[in-house]
Design a protein around this ligand. Structure first.
Ligand SMILES: NC(=O)c1ccc[n+]([C@@H]2O[C@H](COP(=O)([O-])OP(=O)(O)OC[C@H]3O[C@@H](n4cnc5c(N)ncnc54)[C@H](O)[C@@H]3O)[C@@H](O)[C@H]2O)c1
Length: 447
């Protein structure tokens, strides 16, 4: 297919999802127009600057400059036969998804001259498609089709996730609209799941809830490991090799954060309860995560006693590596708890700037600077830079060498050999390390 034959694509929202979607469709040969409502964001994009940290997006924008247009004008997007809605759907005070930006798009949409399709990529509650369809009809926009096409990309690997999806989900009210959306993804050679609109909406919410459940599950197993002497890393490996379970999302840590899981989990819980169903499991999954973020404080107190007047270095602030996104990052909860306990908090992150979010924290330019004079360091985000933790230099710079590895990133034995008191998540001290040689158990060779 030539570029001319590929339909033009309009995008509402130049955030992670909108910009990545736009850049990737441009890479696939489409002319793409991306609209946002924030003038500085559009200005930055027009001058070739990506307004956030996401590997690979700069290169895509640069390579496809000719095919990408950035605009503040809704009419520019409405000229495209296929328009993706990629606006934010944060949570409201009640926990429901805030669809203000979605409704703004629907309300502002001009009358297209010909048949067009509004494709919902934003994560929305089940039933949103039905409401948007009704609203479009009420505005006389009956020739605007509607499709649900939830997005599964993850920040930090967004470009490759988009280009190599596990599946593409499409739900629409007509076969022709579903086909028109599905065809866009043909070059990606991924399974296309056709579903009705409500089910497509639920697939996204259920997939996220399942991932959160796996994380909270392994975190609870880790907590039980800590009180029973097992090592969650070994447990996760043994569990994950079961083909019925698989290895993904079985990494114990200090809990999830980010722009999606926290709000989508609560939104699904709320959606269920608004409909009269108490989603007990999801409630527990969310509560476990809240407690998990706070367990680090207990680990620090175990070694330092009361934290008032103690200095703690937080290594990594972004909610995950390879992004500068701080939305609902566990680091924010942890820093706030430590400050509330009267600790001095020093922090380092290679890209995320939390100055506007955390008052009273000392921000540092390097890992060594952050740990200087600290009573303990906490690995909060598994940045590559931390994989080669400078044990010797850090030990020399710290007041006491206590290391809480919130992501099980480092080798506990290496840390202990370097003179650190090491605490991971659900990681037992090596039993062999503490036993006298004569008591070393014999290898069991037969059942
Ligand atoms: N970030 C992720 O990893 C991810 C992954 C999958 C799905 N999602 C979902 O995709 C949606 C977007 O997420 P995001 O992280 O890209 O959000 P974001 O906050 O980074 O970006 C949203 C953008 O939409 C713009 N916007 C608001 N109103 C607008 C309007 N009327 N017209 C045009 N633009 C408008 C905002 O200015 C902002 O730039 C959310 O529903 C989210 O849950 C996000």
């Amino acid at each position: 297919m030539t570029t001319q034959e590929k339909p033009q694509i309009g995008i509402f929202g130049a955030g992670w999802v909108g910009l990545v979607t736009g850049a990737c469709f441009a890479e696939l040969g489409h002319q793409v127009v991306v609209r946002d409502v924030v003038p500085e964001r559009i200005e930055a994009l027009r001058s070739g600057r990506v307004p956030f940290h996401e590997p690979g997006v700069d290169e895509l924008l640069e390579r496809n400059r000719e095919r990408l247009t950035f605009t503040l004008d809704v009419a520019d997007v409405a000229a495209a036969p296929i328009m993706f809605v990629c606006v934010g759907t944060p949570r409201t005070y009640s926990g429901d998804a805030d669809l203000t930006a979605v409704w703004a798009v629907v309300d502002e949409l001009p009358q297209p001259d010909e048949h067009a399709i509004l494709v919902m990529k934003s994560t929305v509650p089940v039933g949103t498609g039905e409401k948007v369809r009704t609203a479009l009809d009420a505005r006389g926009l009956t020739h605007v089709g509607y499709a649900a096409n939830p997005e599964f990309l993850a920040e930090g690997s967004a470009v490759s996730d988009f280009m190599k999806p596990d599946r593409v989900v499409v739900g629409a009210y007509t076969e022709a609209d579903a086909e028109a959306v599905a065809v866009l993804y043909e070059p990606l050679d991924a399974p296309i799941v056709r579903a009705d609109v409500a089910s497509a909406e639920m697939i996204k919410l259920a997939a996220n809830a399942f991932l959160m459940t796996r994380i909270s599950f392994i975190n609870e197993i880790a907590n039980v490991c800590e009180v029973t002497g097992a090592d969650v890393e070994q447990v996760a490996e043994g569990v994950g090799l079961d083909h019925r379970l698989g290895p993904h999302f079985l990494r114990a840590g200090i809990g999830w954060g980010g722009s999606c899981f926290p709000k989508d989990g609560v939104a699904l819980k709320q959606l269920a309860s608004n409909s009269g169903y108490h989603f007990q499991l999801l409630n527990a999954v969310i509560e476990v995560n809240e407690l998990q973020k706070r367990r680090v404080v207990g680990k620090l107190e175990k070694h330092l006693g009361k934290l008032g007047g103690k200095t703690v270095a937080l290594l990594g602030l972004a909610f995950k590596p390879n992004t500068d996104d701080l939305r609902e990052a566990p680091s924010l909860v942890l820093a706030s708890r430590l400050l509330a306990e009267g600790a001095d908090v020093r922090a380092w992150d290679p890209v995320a700037d939390a100055r506007h979010l955390l008052q009273g924290v000392t921000f540092c330019d390097s890992v060594l600077d952050a740990v200087s004079g600290a009573d303990a360091a906490v690995i909060v985000t598994e940045w590559d830079e931390l994989k080669s933790f400078p044990f010797d230099d850090a030990k020399g710079a710290m007041r006491t060498a206590v290391l809480v590895d919130g992501r099980n990133l480092l080798d506990p034995e290496q840390a202990r050999e370097a003179g650190f008191v090491y605490e991971g998540i659900g990681r037992a001290a090596s039993p062999l390390a503490s036993l006298p040689e004569t008591e070393e158990p014999e290898l069991q060779t037969e059942a």
